[in-house]
Design a protein around this ligand. Structure first.
Ligand SMILES: [Zn+2]
Length: 67
């Protein structure tokens, strides 16, 4: 019988992809290559997707979120 090797199809992890490229300016979590980063006008750095969700929710609770 053939052995299903699908679980290995992704190959070895790319060391560069695993290295953090930034720190979230809000929660200081490391942000990795390939993860989305968000910026707002008051920040020097970027923040992570989780903090963006929180920011968006806070903005929605203030009313219409328009640029
Ligand atoms: Zn964050």
């Amino acid at each position: 019988m053939a052995v299903n090797l699908d679980r290995f199809a992704e190959g070895l992890p790319d060391p560069q992809a695993a290295a953090p490229v930034a720190e979230c300016a809000k929660c200081w979590r490391e942000i990795y290559a390939g993860e989305p980063q968000y910026h707002d006008m008051y920040e020097l750095g970027g923040h992570c997707a989780e903090c963006e969700d929180e920011r968006a929710e806070a903005e929605e609770s203030e009313g219409e979120a328009e640029e």
